[in-house]
Design a protein around this ligand. Structure first.
Ligand code: G
Ligand code: G
Ligand code: MN
Ligand code: NA
Length: 255
């Protein structure tokens, strides 16, 4: 596993980069947006996924710097696509609990986007439910309100995994619900998961939110989701996360 030190060194050496996974229409596979996912490039060129070093996000100082670096890279990429006349849609970024302490994430995001000439309305801040259950210092409700006031969108990520998912719908004014992969995994094989997913989609749509299904790996899952009225998803069935060059080709319709 990659250690704290490896990630810190990679950050200093500009070897922390975003990969992007498309968010697609489940019926046509058409790309409507992206999710940025942090990757570390080793000196030998190999790529290490965030899952391999997730523990570093629990270090507040490093997590803060990783987020700042990531948002600057994402802003640059969006600016590049825009300049090339390529529409990338909305781009999701994941945040760590450390991003809810100290200087406002809204201020940091606004500064990074302004520097690249990208409107904040391009950005979706994906907040995992685990953060809500964390310590009250994180002030998530205020932060969510601040982000939306500045024009960013907010997604409840890994939705359904928290102990109080439905309460979160009331407490946090999100724009998008991302249904956790664990439910999609069992969607076709487990009738109980199917009922839960159908109900979550129904609730989210009735509340006027967009719903994105995560981890869609089979056509059967996509079809079932479509029958529930869930029109958006991401997953290996459509595309794995990939670097900016591959993503540019995908967005240009060449892949
Ligand atoms: O892409 P991957 O499967 O390695 O992601 C594993 C986990 O790491 C996911 O839960 C994802 O949300 C998280 N993650 C990916 N990129 C980032 C990031 O830039 N910041 C934070 N805080 N978490 C990230
Ligand atoms: O927690 P979060 O939703 O941010 O995590 C997203 C992670 O899920 C990414 O790291 C990505 O690599 C992974 N992922 C995306 N699509 C699929 C999929 O279809 N199957 C599996 N197993 N993982 C996926
Ligand atoms: Mn996410
Ligand atoms: Na998720």
């Amino acid at each position: 596993r990659a250690a704290f030190f490896d990630v810190e060194t990679a950050l200093a050496e500009q070897r922390i980069i975003p990969h992007y996974q498309p968010v697609v229409r489940l019926d046509s596979g058409r790309i409507v947006g992206l999710e940025a996912l942090l990757r570390m490039r080793r000196r030998d060129g190999s790529i290490v996924a965030a899952a391999e070093f997730q523990e570093v996000f629990s270090d507040p100082r490093l997590a803060y710097h990783l987020t700042d670096h990531l948002i600057a890279e994402v802003a640059k990429d969006i600016a590049g696509w825009t300049a090339a006349g390529i529409d990338c849609g909305h781009v999701g970024i994941n945040v760590a609990p450390a991003d809810f302490i100290g200087e406002s994430l809204g201020v940091r995001l606004e500064a990074a986007m302004a520097k690249a000439g990208v409107p904040l309305s391009r950005i979706v801040v994906e907040i995992t439910e685990i953060i809500f259950m964390d310590d009250p210092r994180h002030n998530v409700a205020d932060l969510v309100e601040d982000l939306r006031k500045r024009g960013a969108r907010v997604a409840l990520d890994d939705f359904g995994t928290g102990f109080a998912s439905l309460t979160h719908l009331l407490t946090f004014p999100s724009d998008i619900i991302k249904i956790d992969r664990s439910f999609i995994d069992r969607l076709v094989t487990d009738p109980c998961s199917a009922v839960i997913v159908e109900s979550l989609v129904d609730i989210a749509l009735k509340l006027g939110k967009r719903v994105v299904a995560e981890g869609v790996e089979t056509q059967l899952q996509a079809d079932r989701l479509l029958s529930f009225g869930c029109t958006l998803g991401q997953g290996y069935l459509f595309a794995k996360p990939a670097d900016v060059a591959v993503t540019t080709r995908r967005l240009s319709g060449r892949y």
